[in-house]
Write a protein that binds this ligand. Structure first.
Ligand code: GDD
Ligand code: MG
Length: 191
């Protein structure tokens, strides 16, 4: 089915930090029928994330940080275990993960492998996240990580098997993190 889209109105509801718009548009179906939609769309830019893994140690590097959006939606202390990630700003995705890895985990990224580009919440958020995996060794630790300014980031180096168990138990419940851990398991990169 092909849809023709005609934008009727694009209203900015908020441009305080990111941009929230209300779009009114007509969709014309193949049979000529026209339906009018009004939908809110939140634009936070795009992002990138990287899972650092070490096959010799059978370990991965994750971070734990405070996420206010999870606190308002049922996460009692608001802290979430995640892969290192950042907003692209004006950087290329691979440049972004290299910067974020240093800032958040303290590790310098060597070779990085791009694995997916995914819409993370297509019902209303524009964001595409670029997913990477990268092997690390102890020698690549260049700092303490922890994030910049007021980011409260704790670096976690965990056995891979424990991280997978934490997905099963619900202790890890961030989408990008689950996707990358499952990818790593199925990729054979840790075998
Ligand atoms: N002042 C202010 N600061 C904000 C606001 N929203 C976010 N920030 C700050 O902007 C910075 C963004 O940090 P990054 O490390 O670049 O991004 P991220 O929040 O980790 O986002 C990554 O993960 C998200 C969750 O999976 C992804 O959605 C995103 O694309 C990216 O990959 C953080 O310091 C955060 O506090 C806001 O409304 N006001
Ligand atoms: Mg971040």
């Amino acid at each position: 089915m092909t849809l023709k889209i005609e934008l009727i109105k694009d209203k900015c509801l908020s441009d305080n930090y990111f941009i929230l718009r209300n779009l009114t548009y007509d969709l014309t179906r193949n049979n000529g029928e026209v339906v009018r939609h009004k939908r809110e769309v939140y634009d936070r830019g795009n992002g990138a994330t990287v899972l650092l893994y070490n096959p010799a140690k059978q370990s991965v590097v994750l971070i734990r940080q405070f996420r206010i959006a999870t606190w308002v939606n049922g996460n009692p202390d608001g802290r979430l275990i995640e892969t290192c990630a950042g907003l692209l700003d004006n950087d290329e995705p691979e440049v972004c993960i290299r910067k974020e890895a240093i800032e958040e985990t303290g590790f310098v990224v060597g070779n990085a492998r791009k694995v997916f580009e995914l819409y993370m919440s297509p019902g209303g958020v524009t964001e595409i996240v670029h997913f990477f995996v990268a092997e690390y060794s102890d020698a690549q630790r260049a700092g303490k990580g922890g994030g910049i300014e007021d980011e409260e980031i704790e670096v976690l180096e965990l056995p891979f098997s424990e991280a997978l168990l934490m997905v099963q138990s619900g202790e890890i419940r961030d989408g990008k993190t689950v996707i990358l851990l499952q990818y790593l398991r199925s990729s054979g990169l840790m075998d």
